[in-house]
Design a protein around this ligand. Sequence first.
Ligand code: SAM
Ligand code: SF4
Length: 335
Amino acid sequence: MPSTPLIDPFARPITYLRVSVTDRCDFRCTYCMAEHMQFLPKTELLTLEELERLCGAFIDLGVRKLRVTGGEPLVRRNIMSFFEAMGQRLGNGLDELTLTTNGSQLARFAQGLADLGVRRINVSLDTLDPEKFAAITRWGRLPQVLDGIEAAKAAGLRVKINAVALKGFNEDELFRLVDWCGREGHDLTFIEVMPMGEMGEELRLDQYWPLSDLRARLAERFTLIDTAERTGGPARYVRLEETGQRIGFITPLTHNFCESCNRVRVTCTGELFMCLGQEDRADLRAPLRADPADDAPVRTAIRAAIARKPKGHDFDYSRQRVAGQVSRHMSHTGG
Ligand code: SAM
Ligand code: SF4
């Protein structure tokens, strides 16, 4: 353990790092990306070796959980070498190595991930209807993702399905998703759509399905038992008495979760975001490159940034307007 772990100004220990290893993706989910995205030039990206060094510096400073995300992490070339390097820190600073994926490449990589020490993964899946899936992801194909999820299960990975709650889109699939996850043995978490990236204000408000409403509908069929269970993230959980299933709710809008925030995010260009919902950031690429043989400059930069981590985000959909919007897309910061 490091002698002085990372503690922010609100006495929150920072033990969880989410690293976005690419801004690219093989899907174009409508709430996440524009159809024609301008991606970063490759020269802007940290190399995988630099990402390893950077994540290693965070682990040396007390980060115990690392989630790899993107963009789609599994489309970055040679990404398994990064998982291999981070897997070697398991039990050596790191308690958990995990990823969030759209599932498209899991059929290829699930076994390799399991072999390198990954135990749980999050797969994003908003609908079980192939046509709706193609519409919401623009470029995705549902059977490929379902095959990937099967491969993950076969490799012994525990799968949590993350579904963004979208008004008029998957409202009618609430019970279908719950039943499917129950049968397959996957946990299921719903997420409120967040105002990230430029998108017409009207479209955002049109998409927003508050989880308070989703929860009330769930309660029409199931008995919901509140639990104090946490998985190190912002989700709050209920158990369905009838099936024993666990259902999570990530509610940045209807319930602010910032008071227990333990995380920061690093982008594929080495920018550190201290809060998903704020613009303030710190450049870690320059200190990282200042001396390829010495992590002291980057450790100093990390500490300086954590010292100004804000109290919370300002997202607010109340009074029929989108407030607190941030201009970057979720794929930039890594959802
Ligand atoms: N490509 C991977 C995936 O889809 O799981 C990882 C990156 S993606 C940005 C991470 C998560 O962010 C996904 O679960 C996605 O549904 C969610 N997401 C993207 N845009 C969002 C938004 N505007 N509001 C809420 N969740 C969003
Ligand atoms: Fe890609 Fe994930 Fe964004 Fe969908 S949510 S476009 S899969 S990064």
